[in-house]
Design a protein around this ligand. Structure first.
Ligand SMILES: *[C@@H]1O[C@H](CO)[C@@H](O)[C@H](O)[C@H]1NC(C)=O
Ligand SMILES: *[C@@H]1O[C@H](CO)[C@@H](O)[C@H](O)[C@H]1NC(C)=O
Ligand SMILES: *[C@@H]1O[C@H](CO)[C@@H](O)[C@H](O)[C@H]1NC(C)=O
Length: 387
């Protein structure tokens, strides 16, 4: 939430801006195990000594984190790959309305802390490696749009993955993020791209969890429009997915719903927040409409899978649950990201106007929707009819 946690420059790490999460143990590591054992014992002693000396400060400085006991993976991925392989063609489509998942060569993400994967693990830094868009964990344990596409792509093609979302970002910051993205992929003009934008949670300012005055819907529109114009010009052959804004109950107010079982604000400021979010939502749909006209290389589509989810996250037994959230009961946990990815994936292939708006997030079955000939076209406003 807070501004400028992270210097923008650390975005420039190549190629994926990933912090490695788990180190695999290779057999060679055991060769020197005795030496390591001694070293380990010494380090442990030093560590314990420090712990006892500085117990208090240690406890206050390191955030407590309990790993979620559950995970959500796509255990049916092999089946999906088999099914999808039957339809792979090696032609590059000329028209944005004829793009299938295996045509995508670049995946980009712009947005705020949610898209950045912040707080999804032990610390509050970005964790783009767990983000519902760009995550790159093994897909049997964690789902993301990137990891699904990675499995579906032809063996001899590549998929670039850039996440420039930034904690604290508002629509004001989108242009800067888009500029970074363009600087990375400006040579990939010919390749088909999906760029996801999820912004607005911080735009509500002090009507939400921030301190700044809210950004009005006209300004919100202008900011996103500028960004879309820029992307269209700099990065043609792109489908932009605008993630429809969730009701405050899912993220912004989850904490108060969990702790006090009520929404966070007084009646009047509650209404102001709801109205503002609704006006943002209208902007997103207006922009979808605007950019769906007379274009063959660019399209904008709203993915509304959580827009009507007007309660705190509720599990498969119908009970409100914290497992979707990180410790702050606001940002999604690693598991929460996996849940979002699973349901966003379904949205992508639903025709505009018939998309799910209140996804059953509590559906924990370890499978993703497999796609085949009939349901694998990436839906744009202009290919959603007569199909
Ligand atoms: C990948 O393989 C297919 C089938 O062998 C071929 O038609 C296509 O040109 C190849 N693509 C690239 C980028 O090498
Ligand atoms: C919409 O799609 C149809 C065919 O699917 C195409 O003929 C038409 O040109 C497209 N319209 C625009 C505005 O791109
Ligand atoms: C969305 O689904 C939840 C249950 O998952 C339900 O409680 C809620 O009322 C639904 N929202 C709307 C707007 O229908």
């Amino acid at each position: 939430m807070s501004q400028n946690y992270y210097d923008f420059d650390d975005y420039l790490d190549e190629p994926l801006l990933l912090r490695s999460s788990s180190s695999s143990t290779s057999p060679s590591k055991f060769k020197h195990s005795k030496k390591y054992l001694v070293l380990f014992a010494v380090m442990l002693t030093i560590f314990l000594l420090q712990m006892s000396l500085f117990k208090k400060s240690y406890q206050t400085e390191v955030p407590k984190f309990v790993e979620n006991p559950k995970f959500l993976g796509a255990k049916n991925i092999a089946e999906c790959v088999r099914e999808y392989n039957k339809i792979i063609d090696f032609n590059t489509p000329e028209n944005v309305d004829k793009v299938y998942p295996h045509h995508i060569k670049v995946l980009g993400a712009l947005g705020d802390s949610i898209t950045a994967g912040a707080l999804s693990m032990i610390d509050d830094t970005r964790h783009v490696e767990f983000s519902f868009i760009s995550g790159n964990e093994p897909i049997e344990k964690q789902i993301s749009i990137y990891s699904i596409l990675q499995h579906l792509r032809p063996e001899n093609s590549t998929l670039l993955n850039y996440n420039f979302a930034q904690p604290g970002a508002t629509s004001e910051d989108l242009m800067r993020q888009a500029t970074y993205l363009a600087s990375k992929i400006e040579t990939r003009k010919q390749d088909w791209k999906i760029i996801t934008i999820f912004i607005g949670t911080n735009d509500v300012g002090n009507l939400g969890l921030g301190f700044a005055p809210p950004i009005g819907s006209e300004k919100f529109r202008k900011n996103i429009e500028n960004c879309l114009d820029y992307i269209e010009q700099m990065l043609p052959n792109t489908i932009v997915m605008l993630i429809g804004l969730p009701k405050p109950q899912l993220f912004l107010e989850a904490r108060s719903l969990w702790i006090e079982n009520k929404r966070a604000r007084s009646k009047s400021s509650q209404k102001a927040l709801d109205d503002l979010l609704e006006s943002y939502q209208k902007v997103l749909y207006d922009l979808q409409e605007k950019y769906s006209k007379d274009r063959k290389k660019f399209s904008v589509v709203v993915q509304p899978f959580i827009t009507e989810y007007n309660i705190i996250f509720t599990d498969d037994k119908g009970k409100p649950s914290k497992i979707f959230y990180s410790d702050d009961i606001f940002h999604p946990s690693k598991l929460g990201h996996s849940i979002m990815a699973k349901h966003l994936w379904i949205n992508i292939f639903e025709p505009v106007g018939k998309k799910t708006t209140n996804a059953t997030l509590g559906d924990f079955s370890h499978s993703i929707q497999c796609i085949s000939k009939d349901n694998s076209l990436i839906r744009t406003p202009n290919n959603s009819f007569n199909k």
